[in-house]
Design a binder for this molecule. Structure first.
Ligand code: NAP
Length: 329
């Protein structure tokens, strides 16, 4: 199986490459070569920017591929360029989308399945949805055999461990220092965090699996938790208690909309997804890494990379914590 992965050295794509190699695939990655990541033995590397149309087409469109996996397609322009380049050039095309395409409503059965209406609120989610439609139309018009995969919050070495408020939070340092940490609402919002080595299996084993052709899949573990449990799990890894304080989400993001954009667009809402369709069609997609083990691994990795975020000198956070005084359960 000859596979081109656009990206390849990123957070999720590292997990995908690992499982493609376990499948004995012949893997080529296309990226700019800006990361100091170890390229696994045997992987071919093409360097270039996918936004430089001529170079992208020259590097990737001059060969036949069994499978093309695009990890970094975010706009309709990029999706259309893919169709032009890879139509007739690959047997199977997998687009990495996002659960942000669903928006913020909660279905009556709570967990969001693939047929739930897609009404994204962020520019990111809206553009991913436009890309999904372009690829599915190309599939129906037999230009590409396409599969859509929608990861939710995915974490692993090389990245950050988000909290309810921020992509790169100060909360873990505050817990280490015995300081209170903030969570929106009552901490009872639902969340799911999936390790990239588990998400990677879905991409790697969906590849050339005919049941996935023309289909869309959520890509999450079924180990859902509340945000309160999420913080408590990370605090357990740190060996300290989590002193949680609660504020309405809008009060937090209004204090600094740029900093708390994650909360405004994503984590203020339930993030609970049903990935049983993926498990049915791709039985190799087993999610085996518990959040406690994955969080411990990632926090160690963050310390090793010396990217631990300090909570010192953070008056905005301190003011928000002060605002919770007298309001806590
Ligand atoms: N992480 C999550 O929680 C999450 C959740 C939902 C969906 N997703 C989706 O997952 C995908 C991210 O996958 P990932 O983990 O591989 O991403 P990533 O960690 O951002 O890595 C991006 C990869 O693409 C390469 N790249 C970036 N810009 C490029 C360009 N202009 N031309 C060529 N190569 C480029 C990077 O290498 P160079 O920098 O060397 O070029 C790297 O290999 C996105 O589509 C995102 O929407 C992620």
């Amino acid at each position: 199986m000859k596979v081109l992965i656009i990206g390849g050295t990123g957070l999720i794509s590292t997990g995908i490459v690992k499982h493609l190699l376990a499948r004995k695939a012949d893997v080529t990655m296309f990226n700019r070569g800006q990361r100091s990541t170890d390229i696994p033995a045997g992987v071919h590397v093409l360097h270039g920017d996918r936004n430089e149309a001529g170079a992208f087409k020259r590097e990737c469109g001059s060969q036949q591929w069994d499978v093309v996996i695009d990890m970094i397609c975010f706009t309709p322009e990029q999706a259309n360029a893919d169709i032009q380049i890879f139509s007739g050039k690959c047997r199977h095309f997998i687009f990495c989308s996002t659960v942000c395409t669903y928006g913020i409503k909660i279905p009556s059965h709570i967990f969001i399945g693939e047929t739930f209406s897609q009404e994204p609120i962020s520019g990111y989610g809206k553009n991913k949805l436009l890309c999904e439609r372009i690829f599915l139309q190309a599939h129906h018009e037999k230009q590409l055999t396409a599969t859509i995969i929608r990861p939710s919050s995915t974490y692993g070495p090389g990245g950050t461990l988000i909290d309810n408020l921020e992509f790169n939070p100060v909360a873990w340092d505050r817990i280490e220092r015995g300081l209170p940490v903030l969570c929106a609402g009552d901490g009872l919002g639902l969340w799911v965090a999936t390790h990239r080595d588990d998400v990677g299996k879905l991409f790697a084993y969906a590849a050339l699996n005919p049941r996935t052709f023309g289909q869309s899949y959520n890509a999450t573990t079924d180990m859902h938790m509340t945000w309160e449990q999420y913080y408590q799990t990370v605090a357990g890894v740190l060996g300290k208690p989590a002193d949680l304080r609660y504020l309405p989400a809008r009060q937090i993001w209004a204090r600094d909309p740029g900093r708390f954009g994650l909360l405004r667009e994503i984590t203020a809402f339930h993030g609970a997804y049903d990935s049983s369709k993926a498990r049915r069609d791709v039985p190799e997609f087993t999610c085996e890494i518990p959040f406690s083990a994955g969080a411990a691994e990632l926090l160690d990795d963050i310390r090793r990379r010396k990217t631990w975020k300090t909570s010192a000198n953070d008056p905005i956070y301190d003011q928000l914590v002060a605002a919770t005084a007298g309001t806590q359960p």
